[in-house]
Each structure stands twice: as structure tokens, then as C-alpha cells.
Design a protein around this ligand. Structure first.
Ligand code: GTQ
Length: 349
């Protein structure tokens, strides 16, 4: 409470008895919780954390000896924020997991209202299929499963493949708006050749008669790392932004909006030796190091990162990023939701 008051034992006892009486009518006094309900600034229960891929890889692979992709439906180790254990969350609104698919396996077709992104971390030869179009997954590729699109995954190659799954599961759960269904057939029939969506929507052209409304899911669902990387290297001339380095946001090319309505996605390059100025924003953000190595300092705590590592910066935590070697980071957050609701804030320190 703002004004610590000294009350007699009788007053406090009378209040406590009153709280108990109104409690049996499912009521509770606001004045006991107002400061926590309407805090002066965000106080996330999420904490900064870092997962070293090298350190957890063997445990991800071990899951492959214990359960098949078909039985698991999705063989994934969820990355749980240490401040939110048991809630399947990496931030209050976002989910992250490491999905493993072994040669010859199929993760069967289903669809759900949750949007998903995949960021390919390890191994070659897997594909994901979105509404009947397959895309071969290469390291660093950013692939989208828009809400309510059928999707299955498979591995036609000879090595295990691991990718990061990013989903809006906690947000959709919060809104009680989740639906899902399983397909009768494990794999979808292929109805378009591979590369169709990239050619139709990802070549600075759109089908002549097609219009998309803002907020409609993107039809472009593959952002190849080769393109992202080439673009980041080509624009990395002149001075990087002091707080962000060379940072780009992914867009649905038909609308200019975020490719998913619930998750914003970003890629940034930090040249060797570059350190960002302290920065904070209200969208808790999941970072994945695709290339290079460095350190993140988040609310005074240091975390080293290397290729394929994941780390999370909770809402309104001040952080800096330092590239020990030339680095490319992918990141995602709930920024489009916060912007749509007029809630998003950032501070450049
Ligand atoms: O690949 O469809 O990590 O439905 C969690 C839920 C992955 C998927 C996850 C899912 C998926």
C-alpha cells in the first residue's frame, strides 16, 4: 500500500473477518491487490533465460529413442521459462519448443487456430506441408503454418532434423479461442508443386486479381534463410542502428503487415564487436542465434550465445546484445497484438 497505516488489532481482525464473509460470495477487496493489478510498469513473472543448443541436443535426440513422431503426434521438448514452469510458456503469451523428426518419420496432419512458426536449426532433409504444398526445410529457414491450415511434417533424408517451434498457444489459451482437428490421413495429398507459394507471393508480385485484407493469414509461408541472409549482408553498409543493429521485420508481402496476426518476426545482423545500446520494450521476445556468437545482458545478467541457441528477454527488461563474431539473430514476439491494441511501448536508453 502507498500509505502504510497503523491499525489496531481490532480493525485488522474486523477486516479479515469481513474478507472471509464476502469471500463466500466470491468477492474480494480491490484495495488489497490494486497495486499488483495496475502496476506502474510491467513486472513480468517471466525471467531471462538461455538454452544452449549444444548442451540440450543430446536430450532432444534421446526423445527419438523413447517415442515415435507418429505416437507423439509432435515430438517436441517445450522450452519453459523458469519463472512460468508448468505453463508451457516461454513468455506469458508465447510458446517455444524443439521439434525432432527422424528419417522416414511423419508427424501426422492436423490443424489448429494457433499460428505456428518453424525455424530450422539442425539437419537436412525434412519437409513441412501447408495446405497441400510441401517445402523442404534448410537450416535457418523461417516457415509459417498460418492459423487453421492443415500441416504435417516428414523427413525424407538420412539425418535427424530439429527445428524451433514458435506458437501463440498461451495467448490463444488466455482468450479461450483454441480449436484443433486431426486429419484422417497422416500425410496431406500434394496439390501444388514445391515452390508455388514462394513464386506466386514471394517474388515482388502478386496474382493479378488477388487482394488480401490486413490480418488475413499470409499465403507466403516460407522465408528462405538464403534470402534473409543475403539481404541482411547487403544492407549492412553504413552505421547500424545504435539499439538494434541492422534489424528487419518479416512481412506478408501482400499487405505489409506481420505474416501472422499474433506473432511478429524479425531478423537482425550485428557486426563483429558491435554492442547495442540499452533498450527495452513491452513485447517479451524470443531470440535464436542463427550465425555467430556473443553475449546478451538482460537486467544485469549476462548470457553467452552461440549458433542455434535460444534466449528470452521478458517484457520491459533492459538489455544489450554484443556480437563477439558477426551475428545473425532471428526473433519473435507478440508485438503485432500489442500494436493492434495500442499497448506497445519501447524505450531507447
Ligand atoms: O507442429 O503442429 O511445438 O501443433 C506444438 C503444437 C508443434 C505442430 C508444437 C503443434 C505443433
Amino acid at each position: 500500500m502507498n500509505h502504510p497505516a497503523h491499525h489496531s488489532a481490532e480493525t485488522l481482525a474486523a477486516r479479515k473477518a469481513y474478507y472471509e464473509r464476502i469471500g463466500s460470495d466470491n468477492m474480494t477487496p480491490l484495495w488489497e491487490v490494486l497495486g499488483a493489478l495496475v502496476p506502474p510498469e510491467p513486472r513480468s513473472p517471466a525471467v531471462p533465460h538461455h538454452w544452449s543448443y549444444a548442451a540440450v541436443r543430446a536430450q532432444v535426440m534421446e526423445a527419438g529413442t523413447l517415442i515415435s513422431a507418429a505416437e507423439a503426434e509432435r515430438r517436441v521438448l517445450i522450452l519453459e521459462n523458469p519463472g512460468l514452469r508448468g505453463q508451457s510458456c516461454i513468455t506469458q503469451s508465447l510458446y517455444a519448443g524443439l521439434q525432432l523428426i527422424l528419417p522416414g518419420e511423419v508427424a501426422p496432419a492436423h490443424r489448429h487456430t494457433q499460428s505456428a512458426l518453424r525455424l530450422v536449426l539442425d539437419g537436412e532433409g525434412a519437409y513441412t506441408s501447408v495446405n497441400g504444398e510441401r517445402v523442404t526445410m534448410h537450416r535457418g529457414d523461417f516457415i509459417i503454418t498460418p492459423a487453421w491450415t492443415w500441416h504435417d511434417h516428414g523427413n525424407l533424408g538420412s539425418e535427424p532434423v530439429v527445428w524451433l517451434d514458435g506458437l501463440d498457444i498461451p495467448l490463444v489459451r488466455f482468450l479461450d479461442a483454441g480449436f484443433a482437428e486431426k486429419s484422417a490421413a497422416p500425410s496431406q495429398g500434394v496439390v501444388r508443386p514445391e515452390g508455388d507459394a514462394l513464386a506466386r507471393y514471394g517474388a515482388n508480385m502478386l496474382p493479378v486479381d488477388e487482394e488480401q485484407r490486413t490480418g488475413e493469414p499470409t499465403r507466403l509461408f516460407i522465408y528462405p534463410y538464403a534470402q534473409t541472409r543475403a539481404a541482411l549482408l547487403a544492407i549492412a553498409q553504413g552505421a547500424p542502428d545504435a539499439h538494434l543493429g541492422f534489424k528487419q521485420r518479416f512481412v506478408n508481402p501482400a499487405t505489409g503487415a506481420s505474416p501472422m496476426p499474433t506473432m511478429g518476426t524479425f531478423a537482425q545482423r550485428l557486426p563483429t564487436g558491435f554492442t547495442t545500446r540499452p533498450y527495452r520494450c513491452t513485447d517479451g521476445t524470443v531470440y535464436v542465434c542463427l550465425e555467430g556468437s556473443g553475449e546478451a545482458e538482460i537486467n544485469g545478467r549476462g548470457f553467452g550465445f552461440a549458433e542455434r541457441d535460444v534466449f528470452v528477454v521478458p517484457s520491459w527488461h533492459t538489455f544489450t546484445l554484443r556480437a563477439r563474431t558477426d551475428s545473425i539473430l532471428f526473433s519473435y514476439s507478440d508485438r503485432p497484438v500489442q500494436k493492434a491494441l495500442g499497448l506497445w511501448r519501447e524505450e531507447r536508453l
